[in-house]
Design a binder for this molecule. Structure first.
Ligand code: SIN
Length: 491
């Protein structure tokens, strides 16, 4: 049994931001299921949105965030995001993190969809997440215990409060970790879809565990599809940042018709849900789409990572055409939390993509996710640093239960149901069919503990649980808004 004051599950930007603040007063342990950089934060290309440039103001960032979210956002959390963003970003700059700047030392601000101003800080061109995460890990590594390649299989709940977690390592050994405060920072759900920008470890474990622990959820139906994944032979090969459209790139059909010209006043920089739906309609008609980058000067220097990705897959940058299609990118909904990250289960917190405090509403504004992790992770860390230690609860013996026999679908079958029935465009009947399909495996019905499942079963069971939760939430929202778009049944 391992004991800590604060136990963080997940090593993305939100988890590291909690650790950096809490470690000043508390013993912190971070558990991560793969390597510390194997997640979405390190994959983030675009950057961090902050109103720090002359002529910009947090009120403009607030307006853009609310408009992208279809005014469904929680205005208090958006206010905190856009006002505290510059404060926490400056803290990391003061520690020595370098965002891209010009030869005169002035910060360079990029533009992305639905932003009124150039306000996206970036690093290494399009390697913002990787560089920022590497820097943060370097800063905290002496002060926290970081355990990699260990999967959390369940939260421990005793007397209605969270007292720790139970894990399985690569050798199959089970370990119990106890903590006064447990933080879910497990990220998103991209792997529920076969076309995704997400790291393959993002299969929604945190949501599934939170469900088994009895947490409340919010806005689970809102899944954001990023318009431009590099698309080859029906597969996604990685993200083509929206910053590319911010620099002027245009979405076109194979015949060269610009598809966004008459769809929205912001054209190619319309909110992501709008662009993804227009693309979906073309793809359904069998039209291939590409991103025309021919007008971008010095593409290779501004976007070195994307250049490498394209070259690796045989796409010539000088020809100026990148084949693209939309794919699952970000989950706006999640475990319902307060502004300090408290869930509805005592001593359990959630932060970052797994959490939902309503900051993104029905559709997230570009480059607000690293910012969310930084702002709400730091705030939670500061809160936890001030907390008293919790009266310990005698460890209830954890019975080791035999692995259950279950009939389960394959991962590909789950992804197919999610893509075709719970995707960019949804239909009431298809959602009902998907919900029944999930329930045919006993999800929502069979009481289950993670330790009763083998490693493979747990992965599938978690994906089934999360698919079912998202589908059930989608069925409850009967009007289209933001990323939840319902099409009338034909016939
Ligand atoms: C991108 O670079 O397009 C992704 C950034 C984001 O999702 O905010």
């Amino acid at each position: 049994m391992v004991k800590s004051d604060v136990l963080i599950i997940g090593s993305g930007i939100a988890g590291l931001a909690v650790a950096e603040k809490a470690r000043h007063a508390k013993k912190v342990v971070i558990l991560t299921k793969k390597g510390s950089l194997d997640g979405n934060s390190a994959l983030a290309q675009g950057g961090v949105a902050v109103a720090m440039q002359a002529g910009d103001h947090w009120e403009a960032h607030f307006r853009d965030t609310m408009a992208a979210g279809c005014q469904m956002n929680d205005s208090k959390s958006v206010s905190l995001l856009v006002q505290k963003g510059p404060v926490y970003v400056k803290e990391w700059m003061e520690k020595g993190f370098l965002f891209d700047h010009d030869s005169g030392g002035r910060l360079l601000f990029g533009k992305e969809a639905a932003h009124e101003h150039h306000r996206i800080l970036h690093a290494g061109g399009d390697r913002t997440g990787l560089l920022l995460m590497s820097f943060m890990l370097q800063e905290i590594k002496e002060h926290v215990k970081l355990i990699e390649n260990e999967t959390v299989i369940d939260l421990l709940i005793e007397q209605q409060r969270c007292t720790g977690v139970c894990t399985r390592n690569e050798a199959g050994e089970i370990t119990y970790y106890h903590a006064d405060h447990v933080v879910l920072a497990t990220g998103g759900v991209g792997r529920l879809y076969d076309l995704t920008s997400n790291h393959k470890s993002l299969s929604g474990d945190g949501l599934a565990m939170a469900y088994r622990a009895g947490c409340d959820f919010k806005d689970l139906e809102f899944i954001q599809f990023h318009p431009t994944l590099l698309w080859m032979n029906g597969e996604s090969k990685g993200l083509i940042s929206e910053a590319v459209r911010g620099e002027g790139a245009v979405l076109k059909t194979a015949k060269g018709k610009p598809i966004m010209a008459h769809e929205h006043p912001l054209k190619d920089l319309a909110p992501r849900d709008v662009v993804a739906r227009v693309m979906f309609a073309y793809l359904q008609k069998g039209e291939d789409l590409y991103l025309d980058i021919s007008m971008i000067q010095q593409f290779e220097a501004r976007f070195p990572f994307i250049t490498q990705l394209c070259v690796k897959h045989g796409i010539s940058i000088s020809e100026g055409k990148i084949p693209v299609a939309p794919g699952a990118h970000f989950h706006m909904g999640g475990v319902k939390t307060s502004l300090t990250g408290k869930t509805t289960v005592a001593n359990l917190y959630a932060v970052g993509e797994v959490a939902c405090l309503g900051v993104h509403g029905a559709n997230r504004l570009a480059s607000n996710s690293l910012l969310e992790g930084l702002v709400f992770g730091s705030r939670l860390g500061e809160h936890l640093a001030k907390q008293h230690l919790v009266d310990s609860i005698a460890d209830a013996a954890q019975p080791l239960l035999p692995v259950r026999k279950l009939k389960l679908p394959t991962e590909a079958e789950i992804q197919q149901v999610m893509r075709t029935q719970v995707g960019i465009v949804r239909k009431q009947q298809s959602l009902e069919a998907a919900k029944s399909w999930f329930e045919s495996y006993g999800v929502g019905d069979l009481p289950m503990k993670g330790v009763q499942l083998s490693e493979e079963q747990l992965n599938i069971w978690n994906m089934l649980t999360v698919g079912w939760l998202i589908t059930s939430a989608a069925l409850k929202r009967t009007v289209s808004i933001g990323a939840h778009y319902l099409q009338k049944e034909s016939g």
